[in-house]
Structures are given as structure tokens and as C-alpha cells.
Design a binder for this molecule. Structure first.
Ligand SMILES: Cc1cc2nc3c(=O)[nH]c(=O)nc-3n(C[C@H](O)[C@H](O)[C@H](O)COP(=O)(O)O)c2cc1C
Length: 199
């Protein structure tokens, strides 16, 4: 069987982002689970704040189309997001909103979110981690975009102390939890029927 293609992205552009570190570690675990992994930065897809009037007049910008194509080219997607005011970052929400508005040919709405599997993670220096960000992201993807999000997720609390010098998770049970999320994502992405993806 061909290795499933999995896309990894973080919802933070901060230079020392914990969520970018978590995304890098997830990419490593996904590769160990035999996925064909691509990791992107949302910095390479600069998007204006979505304004429905602008969308109606000009259509989605080319970066939104490119980002949608990037998601659509994969069978699985792993997203990490910081918690901002008990939700996801505006960067990530705006990117998801733009992807959801790109509609080509006769494809159904939210085409990029259908027929592929999503996994989510969050890291925060708060003791509780980014649990509320995870809840919000799950709601956005499942209820907003009709995506399938696996129940396993990774939540890293006290992120300022959670990584060692090699950027691995110090806590063994957390490291195991990340491996389990990666394995499950690869497992489900591998059996995702092409017909469902193409709607
Ligand atoms: C506008 C703003 C709101 C935030 N709100 C929360 C919050 O609700 N809960 C939380 O745990 N951390 C909150 N934080 C702290 C971020 O989670 C923390 O800065 C984290 O390191 C950001 O993720 P990053 O390291 O991947 O950039 C907030 C930070 C900002 C800038």
C-alpha cells in the first residue's frame, strides 16, 4: 500500500512557537509511522482578513487557492494551534475560513475538508495546555467544515518546560500520546476511500 500523504501545519508564526515545535515533532512521528509527510508554514500563505464583500467582488486570493490545493493533495492533515482567548489563533481561523470559500468547478462546498482525516494538537505554557483551543478547533473543523477529526488529540501543558534540547517531549506519557495520534492518523488516512475524497 502507498504511504498516505499527510500535511502538517501550525497556527502560530511566532519565532519560538511551541506549536511549531509540536508540529515538527508530529511530522517526525508521522514519518516514523510511514506517512509521506509535508510540513508547511502559514507564513508562506499570507492572506487578508476574510471580508465577504471582498470575496464576492474579487474571489479568493491565489494564496487561498494554493492552500486549499495543498490540503486537497493530502489524505490526512495534522494541525497544531495555540490557545488565544480560549480559542484558536485568528491566523488559523482565517486560513480555514479562506480554504472553505475556495470552490472550483462543480465540487461540493467544503471539498478540501471532505474525504480526508484531521488530527489536532495544542501547546500552551498554561498548566491546562490548550484544551479550549482544541475544543474550538474540533468544533470549527467538524461542525463548521464537515471534516472527520480523530478523537485522539495531543495537549501539551507547561509548554515552556515540556521540550528537551532535542525538541522532544520530556514527559513519556505525552510522547506516547503523540505517537498514538500519529499512528491513528496514518492508519485512517491509509484507508480513506478515494471516492469519498472526490465527493
Ligand atoms: C492574544 C493572546 C491570547 C491568549 N490567550 C490564551 C488563553 O486563552 N489560554 C492560554 O493558555 N494561553 C493564551 N495565550 C498565550 C499563548 O497560548 C502562548 O503565548 C503560546 O505560547 C502561543 O503559542 P506559540 O508558542 O505556538 O506561539 C494567549 C496569547 C495571546 C497573544
Amino acid at each position: 500500500m502507498l504511504a498516505p500523504k499527510i500535511l502538517v501545519m501550525a497556527g502560530s508564526l511566532r519565532a519560538a512557537s511551541y506549536n511549531a515545535r509540536l508540529a515538527a515533532l508530529a511530522a517526525k512521528e508521522l514519518a516514523l509511522a510511514e506517512a509521506d509527510v509535508s510540513r508547511i508554514s502559514l507564513a508562506d500563505y499570507p492572506l487578508p482578513l476574510l471580508d465577504a464583500d471582498y470575496l464576492a467582488e474579487a474571489g479568493p486570493p491565489r494564496q487561498a487557492v494554493a492552500l486549499k490545493h495543498m490540503v486537497a493533495a493530502h489524505q490526512g492533515v495534522f494541525i497544531t494551534s495555540p490557545e488565544y482567548s480560549a480559542s484558536v489563533t485568528p491566523l488559523l481561523k482565517n486560513a480555514i475560513d479562506w480554504i472553505s470559500r475556495v470552490r472550483e468547478g462543480n465540487e461540493p462546498a467544503y471539498a478540501a475538508f471532505k474525504g480526508r482525516v484531521f488530527a489536532i494538537g495544542s501547546a500552551s505554557s498554561a498548566a491546562a495546555g490548550g484544551m479550549r483551543s482544541l475544543m474550538a478547533l474540533r468544533q470549527i473543523l467538524e461542525l463548521g467544515c464537515g471534516a472527520l477529526v480523530i478523537p485522539e488529540q495531543i495537549n501539551v501543558g507547561r509548554a515552556d518546560q515540556a521540550f528537551d534540547d532535542m525538541d522532544n517531549l520530556k514527559d513519556e506519557s505525552l510522547a506516547e500520546a503523540l505517537k498514538a495520534v500519529a499512528r491513528r492518523l496514518v492508519e485512517l488516512a491509509s484507508v480513506m476511500p478515494r471516492a469519498w475524497r472526490e465527493g
